[in-house]
Design a binder for this molecule. Structure first.
Ligand SMILES: [Zn+2]
Length: 167
């Protein structure tokens, strides 16, 4: 019941991923309709319910423009799991504050990059200029389109692709 379900707004815009349990609750309470089943059925005491993969809210909800959550995992994903200083991927990755925190560096998309442990260790709380290191790309906030936001789910939920592309 924990499998992810894609939630579409009433206008079919993908807005959220929830658990199967939550999705079934939304369907049973009439707040959402099933758009795609494809995962068999759930047997309850009294009935056999289709197991949803994609649902759609009956009423359009208004929400602010989406942003990608600033997390360690999302920083690695934005940087393609590549150290932004040396370009290596086959090493253990860390998150580096480009401008170190003790010098006023912020915890923001533009100040956080993926760094391998050796590079992070070498930089050691100093500024890039001081240690003669260079960033491969200027760090930016990733795009907030649905393909990016929900992209990490596509590997295990390929059937969502048509509902995500174009938003
Ligand atoms: Zn490195």
């Amino acid at each position: 019941m924990q499998e992810p379900v894609l939630v579409l707004n009433a206008n079919f815009e993908p807005i959220h991923v929830c658990s199967t349990r939550r999705a079934v609750g939304l369907i049973l309470s009439g707040k959402a309709g099933m758009i795609m089943n494809g995962r068999g059925h759930i047997r309850t005491i009294t009935q056999l319910l289709p197991r949803p993969s994609v649902i759609r809210l009956e009423t359009q909800i208004h929400r602010p423009r989406p942003h990608v959550k600033l997390t360690r995992r999302e920083i690695f994903r934005r940087d393609n799991y590549t150290c932004q200083y040396c370009g290596r991927r086959d090493v253990s990755l860390t998150v580096d504050h480009v401008m170190p925190r003790h010098l006023g560096g912020q915890h923001t998309w533009t100040n956080l990059v993926t760094a391998c442990s050796p590079c992070n260790h070498h930089k050691g709380g100093r500024r890039v200029e001081e240690v003669h290191m260079h960033l491969m790309h200027a760090p930016k906030e990733p795009p907030a389109n649905a393909a990016y936001i929900f992209g990490r789910h596509l590997q295990n939920n390929g059937e969502w692709e048509p509902y995500i592309s174009g938003w």
